[in-house]
Design a protein around this ligand. Structure first.
Ligand code: GAR
Length: 223
């Protein structure tokens, strides 16, 4: 079956979204009127609340349960088979909480995009908000990046920064960062689908004619 749509000689890109949980980032993508077709949402957790949201949007859902597999290689093979059945141009990790094997990442080189709740390369891995608070940083945020086999270290597409408040808890900080995730993630996918970003030989993201902001976020505010 051909999952790509041909419109007036323009091929509409097709994406597959991978989730593990709530799916609020996936929802932001589904509601962003992106210039692509969402072919399917795949979860490694059968009870991920995001699956229901995807169904409400009329998107096909699939479950590839990591618990049914003895190791990462075997899980990633089934995941790849499932993904390939949709022939997507892009695979989007929207709160997908599995570490992927180098083999899987290589198979989808430059076609895998992730969102991470920190200003990478700071705070890769888990518990990013608690660790930022522990360190007393004044600015924290989120990053959308291409995935490489170095976990959370691939080429950065877009970042958003928020100020850290004195009375923040991991939960309040996470909520403010998540609001920004919902803004920058659709933007990054739109850029990809419109061909506005590419990768340099040195592995950096190049942008086609985009405005560079002149403003600075200073936190706390200066007097
Ligand atoms: C988001 O904050 C996302 O950045 C994070 O999980 C959350 C998923 O929320 N992803 C990672 O930590 C990946 N390493 P959501 O399911 O509501 O989109």
């Amino acid at each position: 079956m051909n999952h790509k749509l041909e419109l007036a000689n323009v091929t509409v890109k097709s994406i597959v979204i991978l989730i593990s949980g709530h799916g609020s980032n996936m929802r932001a993508l589904l509601e962003a009127d992106l210039p692509c077709r969402v072919a399917a949402v795949i979860s490694n957790q059968a009870d991920a609340p995001g699956l229901e949201i995807a169904k409400q949007h009329g998107i096909s859902t699939r479950i590839v349960a990591h618990l049914n597999h003895p190791d990462r290689e075997s899980f990633d093979s089934e995941l790849a088979l499932c993904i390939d059945s949709y022939q997507p141009d892009l695979i989007v990790l929207a709160g997908f909480m599995r570490i992927l094997t180098a083999q899987f990442v290589t198979r989808y080189q430059n076609k895998l995009i992730n969102i991470h709740p920190s200003l990478l390369p700071a705070y890769s891995g888990l518990h990013t908000h608690a660790r930022a608070l522990q360190d007393g940083v004044k600015i924290h945020g989120c990053t959308v990046h291409f995935v490489t086999s170095d976990i959370d270290q691939g080429p950065i597409i877009i970042q958003a920064a928020v100020s850290v408040h004195m009375d923040d808890t991991p939960a309040t900080l996470a909520a403010r960062v998540l609001q920004q995730e919902h803004r920058i993630f659709p933007q990054a996918i739109r850029w990809f689908c419109n061909g506005d970003i590419s990768l340099s030989a040195g592995g950096k993201v190049l942008m086609k004619g985009l405005e560079q902001p002149g403003s600075a976020l200073i936190s706390p505010e200066m007097e």
